[in-house]
Design a binder for this molecule. Structure first.
Ligand SMILES: [Zn+2]
Length: 450
């Protein structure tokens, strides 16, 4: 047991050192050469062990079929290398979710459950080894240099507070003698966590953007006395207004981890820019616009060995930064995670009538600049109708400004205006992600006349 623990720490440390110092590439060409070598090894040695890819050994990546979450669930056993069936994995994950006891594993595997915003539930398998590598990589990419000394044996341990919707072994792996790790269950809410946070006095605070904002508000109101030296926003889009408030409360801007059940997708560097985790993932861009700025990522994770994530289309819309980052990293820089693909709203163009996308950042900007007094808002699109939910002291007074802001947005984008219907804002259930925009139904496509 002691030996196993030692091995496990060694693997985590090795991956930390490897990610932090070895996987620094001087040029894009060098990074791509590394990816090619890793991909070849992965396609040759790992992939054929999953039944779905049995007969595709030796097939180049670009000829392999695409996958997404529904396919991964439908062919669960065929897509992993250990012959694990969906039902037992799902049972373990659901049991953990209900009992809030996250210890159960399926053999040596952690089972993660992703709620999925569009109703598709995903089950993800991670082996002990993958878990340790993940922990090392996460720390390597996020810890600022000043906090590294905590990992030395004679220093006080590094105190990390994590807020997550569901704990799993994936996260508790980080606990060791060098790291004092406290897990907070998001379902209990921000207020329940305040006393524990004050007791722990974390050096590092990791939480979804909305929770960081809640903690910032508590700190500004004098209800929370902590002084973390590093903040990391996970799981949700970090909006600039939230980042400002968090900075005002804690005196530093939060770093961002772009992480989904599908993998560790990106991290922000010391310049505050988000880089894709291309030293562990191969990422194809499926372009959404003619300028090739916005895309849906199609990922192949060549560092996973249990569940295959191969040419997997994520439901996210990313926007590339126009220039490379001054930090010098050659991994692609993302200007924004604009949101999920089902947060893109669509309206018919004035000329021709084909549907044109209205990206989440455009709609967000229109709303937040229109009316500073709105505390919360949401838009759900059903055909040509946009249902707006508003939370403000006097929502009626905000309406004209919003109608005008959206009106100019429609005009500027040269689309037919949506019919706006106003109503009260509904808070998401505790622990659920904040979603401002939701496409429920696109407008009718114009009938083909040719
Ligand atoms: Zn950078």
């Amino acid at each position: 047991m002691a030996l196993e623990r030692l091995r496990s720490l060694a693997r985590m440390a090795a991956s930390f050192v490897h990610s932090r110092w070895c996987l620094r590439f001087r040029s894009r060409a060098q990074l791509e050469a590394w990816q090619r070598r890793q991909l070849q090894r992965f396609l040759r040695e790992v992939l054929p062990r999953a039944p779905r890819f049995h007969d595709l050994a030796g097939t180049p990546l670009e000829q392999l079929p695409h996958m997404d979450k529904p396919l991964l669930m439908a062919q669960f056993a065929a897509c992993n290398t250990r012959g694990i069936e969906l039902q037992p994995a799902l049972d373990v994950a659901l049991r953990a979710e209900q009992s809030r006891d996250f210890a159960p594993l399926l053999g040596e595997f952690t089972v993660g459950l992703s709620s999925g915003t569009s109703g598709h539930r995903g089950v993800f398998l991670v082996s002990a080894e993958e878990r340790e590598r993940w922990a090392g990589t996460l720390l390597a990419h996020t810890l600022p240099r000043t906090l590294l000394r905590h990992l030395l044996p004679w220093q006080a341990p590094l105190r990390i507070a994590f807020f997550l919707r569901a704990n799993s072994r994936l996260y508790t792996t980080l606990a060791s003698r060098r790291i004092d790790f406290a897990f907070h269950d998001l379902l209990l809410g921000v207020d329940a966590a305040l006393p524990t946070l004050e007791r722990q006095q974390p050096d590092v605070l990791v939480a979804p953007a909305t929770v960081l904002r809640g903690l910032a508000e508590a700190k500004l109101a004098g209800r929370l006395r902590i002084a973390p030296r590093h903040l990391v926003s996970v799981a949700e889009v970090l909006e600039p207004a939230d980042a400002d408030l968090i900075e005002q409360a804690f005196g530093r801007r939060p770093a961002q981890i772009y992480q989904a059940s599908e993998g560790f997708l990106g991290y922000s560097c010391e310049q505050g820019n988000l880089h894709l985790n291309e030293s562990h993932l191969h990422i194809e861009a499926e372009w959404l616009d003619a300028e090739q700025r916005r895309f849906q990522p199609v990922i192949t994770d060549f560092s996973r060995t249990t569940q295959t994530i191969v040419r997997y289309r994520l439901n996210d819309v990313l926007r590339l930064a126009p220039q490379p980052c001054p930090c010098g990293r050659v991994e692609r820089t993302i200007e924004a995670i604009e949101g999920r693909a089902d947060e893109v709203l669509w309206l018919p163009a004035l000329d021709g009538g084909e549907l044109r996308p209205l990206y989440p950042d455009l709609v967000r900007r229109a709303l937040t600049t229109a009316a500073a007094e709105i505390r919360e808002w949401s838009i759900r699109q059903q055909g040509m109708t946009w249902q707006l939910g508003l939370l403000a002291d006097d929502p009626e007074r905000q309406r004209p400004a919003i109608e005008q802001a959206l009106g100019s947005l429609f005009e500027q984008q040269r689309v037919r205006p949506a019919q706006l219907q106003f109503g009260p804002w509904q808070a998401p259930e505790t622990g659920a992600k904040r979603r401002r925009l939701l496409l429920e139904q696109r407008p009718q496509e114009p009938a083909c006349t040719s």
